[in-house]
Design a protein around this ligand. Structure first.
Ligand code: ADP
Length: 181
């Protein structure tokens, strides 16, 4: 499913983010940037050991912030590492932090002249953020950003399973009811 937001495209697909050919892919990292399970582990495996070596030189990333590295063996030239909130530990800050993770990732993309970005569903795996709440927040945040920044031509959400895809589709249909392309 795809919609146009100004001159940009917001797209939802089911798949594996490590296989994307966008200029950047976003990693749902943890604050240590030392790799982990889930999408983080998959990205490090696909990119090879040089990714971890570069992450070590950066050191860490705060929750809600984002940093950029090269993509090494990935098709994507860059990896933008962001840290989403751990849902049950962040209480009232959860929404603000998840929104910030998406926004900061796009700001970092913009600052590096990147025009196409693929996102996973941040925080909805090990970090326990309910999909039904995370999906509309993710869509709204990215759509608002694209409305203001046509320089980013494509944002693709790469959802790992049918449940995540469905949650994002519902959120997108609700926000842009008649704009499917
Ligand atoms: P977090 O710690 O931010 O919750 P996880 O990696 O545990 O991160 O999960 C985030 C989301 O990424 C989950 O919905 C999970 O199913 C999904 N995911 C896991 N592997 C991949 C992959 N290779 N491509 C895209 N999404 C993935």
């Amino acid at each position: 499913m795809k919609v146009k937001i100004g001159s940009s495209t917001l797209e939802l697909v089911q798949g594996d983010i490590t296989q994307q050919d966008t200029e950047a892919i976003v990693n749902a990292a943890n604050r240590t940037l030392l790799g982990g399970g889930g999408v983080d582990g998959a990205i490090h495996r696909a990119a090879g050991p040089d990714l971890l070596a570069e992450c070590r030189t950066i050191g860490s990333c705060d929750t809600g912030d984002a940093v950029i590295t090269k993509g090494y063996r990935l098709k994507a030239r860059y990896v933008i590492h962001t840290v989403g909130p751990i849902y049950h530990r962040s209480g009232l800050r959860a929404e603000r932090l998840l929104k910030s993770a998406y926004q900061r990732s796009l700001e970092v993309a913009l600052a590096n002249g990147i025009r196409s970005v693929a996102f996973p569903s941040i925080s909805t795996g090990a970090y326990g953020y309910p999909l039904s709440k995370a999906a509309p927040l993710a869509i709204r945040t990215v759509a608002n950003f694209l409305e203001e920044h046509p320089e980013i031509e494509l944002v693709r959400f790469v959802l790992f399973g049918p449940k995540a895809l469905r949650a994002f589709e519902e959120a997108l249909e609700r926000l842009y009811p008649s704009e499917k392309v």
